[in-house]
Design a protein around this ligand. Structure first.
Ligand code: PLP
Length: 396
């Protein structure tokens, strides 16, 4: 272990004190060792499976992060033309890229065709027809999967559920067969398979078991019609432990992958795609922020920090919980209850309500943990604020 680490050395984030004290806040601190361990664990649990794990770039598109992930041989799950460009720059191979999204524009589709990406995950008939037309104009054949909405409730937050009937994603199972037949008839479309993604921050295996059962039944049904798929994409969405990151720093990949090994009836030579975002990068990142003021208002104590919802929007957007640590408070400080808030002119700019923290004072440094996914990638410049910086645990 690095000898520069001081008394927080046994905890994550293991930030060397010199970096902590000298860096301009707020910034994201990425522990690359945690990222590597996470990727190793994925490799270990998928060994021997005929599968490709795609990293969903939207979780964190920081170049240093995505180029590390690319080195591990993962594919990329992309939702915009600029993500295609970033993934190529980071070294992901084009044939292991999947392009999802309900609203792909013409330039984005053309870019994907030009670069030769491995799969367009198609969400509607109009999209299918446009991809066919653009591919025809370019003298190409577009590899596609059809995104199915399996109507499975992932029991997660309503804003991050994607696989139920009432949301905009995919094509319902009842409407699917004509779309599959249509895709098979289009001359510039190569139908590779079906794509599913039921939601995010899923911590129970039950929704995945249901997903496997749905896929098994669908495949049985389609095989009776003489339709076989070379590939099935089961999406992503596995959750991480926001409450206790240090106990579960590496997500439960064993349960996740074994659920599919056990319940998914994979056809001979069929390839399985996984698309994981949050679980790959969530625990390696912390948002480091400095206390600007501590103020008291009607018996309520507020810690006002220099990071805000523009740096990490999850609490404001989803009411998400993040563990917060005071990295500079003395060991013997008494515990107090605080609201931890940012400086942005919105009442939802709150990182935590009624949180117990050691007695905190102006200048203290706090870590907002488990912020590696949907943190930096969702940052904005609202209030004309600067974007947060990023610092990595080891020289890259
Ligand atoms: C966002 C997304 C993912 C990744 O979701 P996580 O919850 O971060 O694992 C995978 N597939 C698709 C289609 C997505 O939109």
């Amino acid at each position: 272990m690095d000898e520069k680490l001081m008394d927080n050395s046994m905890n994550h984030p293991r930030i060397p004190m010199d970096i902590l004290l000298q860096s301009r806040t707020p910034f994201y601190y990425y522990d690359m060792e945690v990222l590597h361990q996470t990727l190793e664990e994925i490799k270990r649990h998928t060994a021997g499976m005929n599968c490709v794990v795609h990293y969903a770039l939207k979780a964190n598109g920081n170049f240093n992060i995505i180029s590390e992930i690319a080195k591990y041989g993962l594919g990329a799950d992309l939702v915009s033309g600029n993500e295609i460009k970033a993934a190529i720059e980071a070294g992901f191979p084009a044939h292991e890229m999947a392009f999802s999204g309900v609203g792909k524009t013409d330039w984005e589709i053309k870019l994907g065709l030009e670069k030769g990406i491995g799969c367009f995950n198609v969400e509607s008939i109009p999209e299918l027809d446009i991809i066919n037309q653009l591919a025809s104009e370019m003298g190409k054949t577009a590899p596609i999967a059809i995104r199915v909405n399996p109507d499975i409730d992932a029991h997660t937050h309503k804003y991050i559920t994607t696989g139920t009937a009432e949301n905009k994603f995919g094509i319902g199972i009842k409407a699917l067969l004509p779309v599959v037949r249509h895709a098979l008839e289009l001359p510039h479309i190569h139908l590779r398979g079906l794509h599913f993604h039921i939601g995010s921050q899923i911590t129970q295996m039950q929704p995945y078991v249901m997903l496997c059962q749905t896929i098994n039944a669908l495949q049985d049904h389609y095989e009776q019609q003489g339709i076989r798929f070379e590939m099935i994409n089961v999406g992503g969405g596995l959750g991480i432990d926001y409450n206790d990151p240090d106990t579960h720093l590496i997500p439960d990949f064993k349960s996740y992958f074994s659920t599919f090994k056990q319940h998914l009836n994979v056809r001979p030579n069929q390839l399985i795609h996984f698309e994981l975002g949050r679980t790959i990068v969530g625990q390696c990142g912390s948002l480091i922020t400095r206390v600007v003021f501590v103020k008291e208002n009607r018996n309520k104590k507020f810690i006002i920090v220099d990071a805000g919802m523009t740096d990490l929007i999850r609490p404001a957007l989803y009411g998400a919980y993040h563990k917060i640590e005071n990295l500079t408070a003395g060991q013997a400080e008494p515990m107090e209850v605080y609201d931890v808030v940012g400086p942005v002119c919105e009442s939802t700019d709150v990182f935590a309500h009624d949180r117990e923290l050691p007695l905190t004072k102006r200048g203290d440094l706090l870590a907002v943990r488990s912020a590696g996914a949907y943190g930096e990638s969702m940052a904005s410049t609202y209030n004309m604020r600067d974007l947060p910086g990023s610092i990595f645990s080891s020289p890259l």
